[in-house]
Design a protein around this ligand. Structure first.
Ligand SMILES: [Fe+2]
Length: 217
């Protein structure tokens, strides 16, 4: 972990979503801010061990635990930002057929419907975590993944394109625990495909850069 440089929580204007209440969002923003606070606190504490230039043997157990927890908290921050960032009150359940995302889903899965069946099914998996659609920046290929907690199951270097929180806190004020499919349907109705598309473009750009670098070396 690097030197302490406090992370600032971002603000999201999402009130009026379809099927996800403002009450849920307010509670969820507070939880997100908690991850930011904890990330800053852990960073500060880890820096306390590091600043003399070494981690002594007797410091190692505490340092290790703080560092492991940092992965959980920091990913909690980042995944929530992707999640809030890919929703809008003027969302729509599916992207336009001529959109780059629709085409990328077809290229990776044979059809958009199969991509969606995979993503939704991952969202219904039992357990605490996330459904994420990632793009391999080198090949441009989309793949869907289950992330346990916040930090287990992603692929290093792949770019998040669409992120769905399926921790129960994301929907418990609006739906029963067994009604996760209804929440997933509500989530889809709120997807900001333009935001998703922008991530895809960025990923494509970094992929092009990666292939340019590969050719140059
Ligand atoms: Fe969450």
């Amino acid at each position: 972990m690097g030197k302490s440089d406090p992370y600032k929580a971002k603000q999201f204007d999402l009130s009026g979503l379809h099927g996800i209440s403002d009450k849920t969002l307010e509670m969820h923003f507070k939880l997100y801010e908690g991850y930011v606070t904890e990330t800053n606190r852990l960073t500060e504490k880890i820096w306390g061990y590091l600043k003399d230039g070494q981690v002594d043997q007797e410091e190692m157990p505490a340092y290790s635990e703080l560092t492991r927890r940092l992965g959980f908290e920091y990913n909690g921050v980042v995944l929530h930002e992707y999640y809030f960032g890919n929703m809008t009150k003027s969302g729509s359940p599916d992207p336009e057929k001529r959109s780059a995302f629709y085409k990328a889903a077809e290229a990776g899965f044979g059809s958009y419907d199969i991509w969606k069946a995979d993503f939704v099914s991952i969202g219904k998996m039992r357990g605490v975590g996330w459904a994420v659609c990632l793009q391999d920046p080198k090949r441009g290929r989309l793949t869907n993944h289950w992330v346990t907690l916040h930090e287990i199951g992603g692929v290093a270097g792949f770019d998040p394109v669409l992120v769905m929180d399926v921790w129960e806190h994301a929907f418990l004020l609006d739906y029963k625990p067994a009604e996760r499919p209804k929440y997933i349907e509500a989530f889809f109705a709120n997807i900001d495909w333009k935001a998703v598309e922008n991530r895809l473009k960025l990923a494509e750009t970094s992929g092009q850069e990666a292939s340019r670098r590969a050719r140059a070396s």
